[in-house]
Design a binder for this molecule. Sequence first.
Ligand SMILES: *Cc1c(COP(=O)(O)O)cnc(C)c1O
Length: 415
Amino acid sequence: MAYSNKTRDLFAADIEEIKSKGLYKEKRFICSPQDASILVEYPEGAEKKQVLNFCANNYLGLSSHPDVVEAAHEGLRERGYGMSSVRFICGTQDIHRTLQDKVSKFLGMEETLLFPSCMDANAGVFEAVLGAEDVIIADRLIHASLVDGIRLCSAEYDTFKHMNMKHLRKKLELHQDKRTRMIVTDGVFSMDGDLMPLDEVCALAEEYDAMVLVDDSHASGFIGKTGRGVHEHFDVMDKVDLITTTFGKGLGGASGGCVSGRAELIELCRQKARPYLFSNSLAPAIVNATIKVIDLVSASTERRDTLEWNAQYFREQIVAAGLQVGGQGTPIVPVMLYNAKLANDMASDMYAEGIYVIGFFFPVVPAGAARIRVQLSAAHTKEHIDKAVAAFAKIGEKYGIIGLDKKGIIAKYGM
Ligand SMILES: *Cc1c(COP(=O)(O)O)cnc(C)c1O
């Protein structure tokens, strides 16, 4: 290796620092397809264990659905393994167009452009659409990929307090002198499991002549009466200008993302968005499987209805068991523990009970707001959920937090 041991020690010290802060991420290996029940090797080298998975974004249970897997096989057979090209050179097949059209129809948007991931969609859209004479006004808790995309764009960046419409109004007033204003938000905030009130956001946008971009990665396919997303839930499907979303969560779980919205904005992305121009196009197998997913979720609401029931049932049962939860109306249910070590220790004990969940703490969530984030899936049965609740009740008892409120837990364990 070219670099010296002295340089090597520098990086080793960085890694040690991560460990000493308790922020080190262990390796975990899943030795089965993604599903409600999975085979896990954790820690590395330990004996494999079958556990119930309550931390995947497999909201609709489509990650290993036989129809979706078969559609991927078909894509592979009919259209080959890969495109060996970016979209605009020779990386666009007719099935890419088919998927774009189906996504537009599903989301109720004029046009759609596929990207290798939603992270790439977010990396491309702002720079393609906005310039230095514009302003972005974003919720303070937007997803990291939005923050990164905004950094790549020369528009002025301002924020409003999380879900605070009064503050958003103030910022819109402040920036009336700009060429355009873009309000940026997640539809569902993935750490808290709460929904942005898009009806209020869109009303303010109209009042102050702003456009609205929503990242609906944790909503597409299951939030709203027919699963179109948070804009359907709040009945503003015709008001949102741009939606970015992923195919890597509810919509199949492999990879890929898109920007969907007003035709002229999508055209600008096609001309200028750098991940579209400089990164390989989505593989035919994934495109074909995602077409199947959109067909499935368009044809029936059965999966999103099951998911809604599961989420509601888990929420009721876990509250009845005496634990604190946050959020509402989404399949993300954060079990609030406030203290990072407590969240970590309880997650380990849950794993011993056969329930796979993860503790989240600073810097992923604010300090003093540690939690175990539980995510429900349409693939979970009532028995799965009952087992998870029973395990939480047992482990909660062990740590003496059953029936304690926020103050009580913090008094016992600190922040
Ligand atoms: C997961 C997620 C992304 C990233 O999606 P990928 O397709 O995996 O890159 C972007 N935005 C939000 C809000 C997400 O939750």
